[in-house]
Design a protein around this ligand. Structure first.
Ligand code: KG4
Ligand code: ZN
Length: 360
């Protein structure tokens, strides 16, 4: 397989890349066009199996894999219809090669191989985490280099130094236990709010008092690692607070607990991100991943970046949660940089490190 544009295809208008995302519980398909100013979003579609996982309080891998299989073809059709292009317009296929759930990744990779073979175009296995960062370029254009990215999702919480979206992303901090989104999901479960926890806590917190309970801010002591995170103690503190309140015969004020928990998460995430940018003398901050859809995090990071003189980029909420457009965007960056296409043995890698932006 080759990264070169197929003969006779849209050389004049820029190649079209189709992206497929299946790393967790969203089947996403997106179409972007490569331009001199970076990838431009043509259209995308997302099918979610969230409702099927809700009664289990978290994602059930087997259910997610089956849901991807069932949703793949309809989501491909929906994305083409949204973008107003058809399969003959596609010049390359990009697919999430990891990290993610093994079975779920396999469905996407198998589908991507089949489409690439049928359409006779090259295939690019790409990194899901890079995808979250690349999503921002669809909305705000080329990324200043270098940039600091805070990546906050259900499976990851990382501070990244991004020197080149196509090939140079370095982790500078990570969570030592739970991811931020995981903390939202676990706290929602213990409050009986269902799955996923982020959107419902975000909504309820709007009616609560963020100062009602002072929950702990993990790893913020003077001797703690500056760029690492810990959310497991926070989740336990919420559980203890709820138990104690009930033992005392008082009613748990759910909006107050949501607002106070959310304040603790947003406080730590925004403080460490701004500190990393200042320490590294980097002027641009990006916040990406599902938790970047959170209202309080967006507001606090905006306030703190402004105070520190940093320029901030956050994709719109619909591009923060998992989608195929972000995967197509990484594919576009890799192709524009001359990256090699993936070979026929491409497979899903559940533990793919963020430094591996694409899998040749
Ligand atoms: O990036 P994403 O869609 O999937 C992963 O790669 O994990 O992130 C999903 C996570 C879930 O934990 C969900 O609860 C959280 O993002 N999330 C939010 C919000 N919307 C989604 N967390 C806080 N506030 C939100 N509005
Ligand atoms: Zn994600």
């Amino acid at each position: 397989m080759t990264a070169a544009p197929a003969a006779g295809r849209r050389a004049d208008r820029g190649q079209v890349v189709l992206g497929i995302e299946t790393s967790c519980d969203e089947t996403g398909v997106g179409l972007v066009r490569i331009t001199a100013d970076g990838p431009v979003l043509l259209g995308h579609a997302v099918a979610s199996s969230q409702d099927e996982h809700a009664r289990f309080g978290g994602v059930v891998p087997e259910i997610a894999s089956r849901a991807h299989l069932e949703a793949m073809q309809p989501t491909i059709r929906a994305a083409f219809s949204d973008a107003g292009v058809d399969p003959r317009d596609v010049d390359a296929v990009a697919v999430t090669a990891g990290p993610g759930l093994a079975g779920a990744l396999l469905v996407g990779v198998a589908a991507a191989k089949a489409y690439a073979a049928a359409w006779d175009v090259p295939l690019f296995g790409v990194n899901h985490l890079a995808g979250h960062v690349a999503a921002d370029t669809l909305e705000h254009g080329p990324l200043p280099r270098p940039a600091v990215a805070l990546l906050v999702s259900g499976g990851h919480t990382q501070l990244l130094r991004v020197d080149d979206l196509a090939c140079s992303i370095t982790e500078i901090g990570t969570t030592v236990d739970d991811a931020a989104g995981e903390a939202y999901d676990k706290v929602a479960r213990l409050l009986g709010l269902g799955y996923p926890g982020g959107p419902v806590i975000d909504r309820l917190a709007a009616d609560g008092d963020p100062a009602a309970v002072r929950f702990p801010r993990g790893l913020t002591g003077p001797r703690d690692p500056a760029y690492d995170f810990s959310f497991s103690g926070l989740k336990t503190a919420v559980a203890r607070y709820v138990e104690q309140t009930q033992r005392d015969g008082r009613t748990v004020d759910v909006p107050d607990v949501c607002a106070s928990f959310q304040e603790a998460v947003a406080d730590v995430l925004s403080a460490k991100t701004v500190r990393a940018a200042a320490d590294l003398a980097i002027g641009t901050v990006i916040v990406a991943g599902g938790v970047a859809a959170n209202g309080r995090l967006r507001a606090l990071v905006e306030q703190r970046c402004a105070a520190a003189g940093l320029s901030l980029r956050v994709p719109r909420p619909g591009l923060c949660t998992d989608n195929g457009a972000m995967i197509a965007a990484v594919g576009a960056h890799v192709i524009a940089a001359g990256g090699a296409a993936s070979g026929p043995y491409l497979t899903g890698n559940p533990g793919l490190p963020v430094a591996m932006v694409h899998v040749p």
